[in-house]
Design a protein around this ligand. Structure first.
Ligand code: NAD
Length: 311
């Protein structure tokens, strides 16, 4: 029933997600402030629109995949934004897959609950929204293998599941509005801390005379085993096909990691909770960015801080 899908934010992730929706048979309409990103779609015969409001007018469901909270608030509440049309025909369901703080997701959910739709193909008169951030990065977006962490009403989650499964392989319901965003930033904070912990331990091992490849074998069958040791090892030459084996190019940039840690720390302070390790990780990633590593994969912390730049 939800066949007309609007997609806003055709960047590194969104462009692949929108194409997977098209391949799955949805009628997709797209928008981005970047004209050249839109042109790649219009050249392929995909309908493009000049504003979020125009997208909303032709969609049953609208998905947003934007850089950060301020962009999401602008697209929903700004001039010609998604919610700018007042009482009208419009999407019954909004899905925000951007990585934002849970407070932003909950604010938009409240804003949407105040909107009223005219009779819309038999759907409810109040639209719903899900926060559905993703894990998996650009390769998983391209391959349609993202993991979605979903917050919002269960009714909306069940309606959205087939759409999300056309862009991903796992869809996990996390509870009410904002819980998907909370899950995402907790996951990334743990990932940053474990990457830094593993990097520090490998560097200590090297300084004590143990080769990183030997230490990796030991970690991976011992209690230090984790994603940063067995799947995304930060030491050059230990694993093939990971950013550390190609000068930390590609992958998940230090800039995005700093952004996600910033969100985690802001959310923690919003609820009066202290995260000493998360806060230290944020300082390290901020410094990495100041030192020129913004575009490098976040595992470059190993080389930059622990093992020396010429390693
Ligand atoms: P990106 O910067 O490549 O793409 C964002 C797109 O949004 C751009 O095309 C930009 O022009 C567009 N945009 C910005 N403001 C807009 C507006 N007001 N109206 C319409 N379009 C607008 O970012 P990305 O790498 O695709 O990431 C998108 C989101 O996914 C971010 O929140 C990011 O944290 C998250 N994420 C990224 C990755 C990754 O590996 N890149 C992994 C998981 C999650």
């Amino acid at each position: 029933q939800l066949e007309n899908v609007g997609f806003i934010g055709l960047g590194n992730m969104g462009s692949h997600m929108a194409r997977n929706l098209i391949m799955a048979g949805y009628k997709v309409t797209v928008h981005d402030i970047n004209e050249s990103s839109m042109k790649k779609f219009s050249d392929d015969g995909i309908t493009t629109k000049q504003s979020p409001l125009e997208v909303s007018e032709s969609s049953d469901v609208v998905i947003t995949m934007l850089p950060s909270s301020s962009h999401v608030l602008e697209v929903y509440n700004g001039t010609n934004g998604l919610l700018g049309g007042g009482s009208r025909l419009g999407p019954w369901l909004y899905i925000d897959s951007s990585t934002v703080d849970p407070q932003t997701s909950r604010k938009i959910s409240t804003d949407i609950s105040r909107c009223h739709l005219k009779e819309n193909k038999g759907y409810a008169k109040t639209p719903m929204i899900l926060d559905a951030p993703v894990s998996g990065g650009v390769p998983a977006a391209e391959a349609g293998k993202l993991t979605f962490m979903v917050g919002g009403l269960e009714e909306a989650y069940l309606a959205a599941k087939p759409i999300l499964l056309s862009m991903g392989k796992r869809v996990i319901y996390c509870g009410g509005a904002g819980n998907g965003s909370a899950a995402k930033i907790c996951n990334n904070m743990a990932m940053a801390i474990s990457m830094l912990g593993v990097s520090e331990a490998f560097a200590l091992g090297q300084n004590l005379g143990i080769k990183a490849s030997t230490l990796t074998d030991i970690f991976n069958c011992s209690s230090a085993r984790c994603w940063s040791s067995d799947t995304y090892n930060p030491v050059p030459g230990v694993m093939e096909g990971v950013p550390s084996s190609r000068k930390y190019d590609g992958g998940f940039t230090s800039k995005l990691m700093a952004k996600d840690l910033d969100l985690a720390m802001a959310s923690a302070s919003g609820v009066g909770f202290k995260c000493p390790m998360g806060s230290e990780a944020l300082e390290i990633y901020r410094k990495l960015c100041r030192d020129g590593c913004e575009p490098k994969d976040f595992s470059c912390a190993f080389r930059h801080y622990y093992a020396g730049k010429d390693e």
